[in-house]
Ligand binder design. Structure first.
Ligand SMILES: Cc1cc2nc3c(=O)[nH]c(=O)nc-3n(C[C@H](O)[C@H](O)[C@H](O)COP(=O)(O)O)c2cc1C
Length: 171
């Protein structure tokens, strides 16, 4: 199936998750395009979509929200899966748990795309990518810097999507 994987990313962490999902779907036999939301010219020919976004201060990036709107209008009920990348730090940490909540836009995006699922993946925080005030805040939020991405979880989520696509195709 022709699958579009698109994710909004400020610093590349979420884009790399999208690439990995794309690679996994490809290795499962799908015809995959991975593109940033701004690069998606048309959804014509797209038979399934995986749409993701980095989460900043509880929100999806606007470019991902806009692509969800387009998907609702143009995908004509074809299957969509959503993911967010965000929580950083030890999973049991107080701030990390507070981060690991659904982004504010999720109810709207779910309604628009009729997505079959939404998954939150841990993200990555690199102090050199932050501006002054954010870098200062890192001093407060100790232990949040680093790469917390779980590639096994990302690949197995993508395999689950392949399995669902396979069973839809055979019906
Ligand atoms: C200022 C700031 C605010 C953030 N707010 C959240 C948040 O509310 N929830 C969350 O899960 N992650 C939050 N994060 C973590 C980022 O989402 C995480 O680092 C993500 O992996 C970055 O992805 P990107 O490199 O694709 O932009 C925040 C990071 C920064 C620097």
């Amino acid at each position: 199936m022709k699958v579009l994987v698109s994710a909004a990313s400020r610093h590349g962490c979420t884009a790399e998750i999208a690439q990995t999902i794309g690679e996994q779907l490809r290795s499962d036999g799908h015809d995959v395009v991975v593109a940033a939301p701004e690069e998606v010219v048309t959804l014509a020919g797209t038979e399934a979509m995986v749409l993701g976004s980095a989460v900043y201060v509880g929100h999806w990036e606007p470019a991902a929200v806009r692509l969800a709107e387009r998907a609702g209008a143009e995908l004509d009920g074809r299957p969509v899966w959503l993911f967010s990348s965000g929580p950083v730090g030890r999973p049991e940490g107080k701030f990390t748990r507070q981060m690991a909540v659904d982004p504010a836009e999720l109810p709207k995006v779910l309604a628009q795309t009729k997505a079959l699922g939404h998954r939150i993946f841990p993200g990555k925080l690199d102090r050199y990518q932050l501006h002054g005030l954010q870098r200062a805040a890192l001093g407060v939020f100790r232990g949040m810097e680093g790469d917390f991405r779980d590639w096994t979880a990302v690949r197995s989520w993508a395999d689950g999507i392949s399995a669902q696509l396979g069973s839809r195709a055979s019906h």
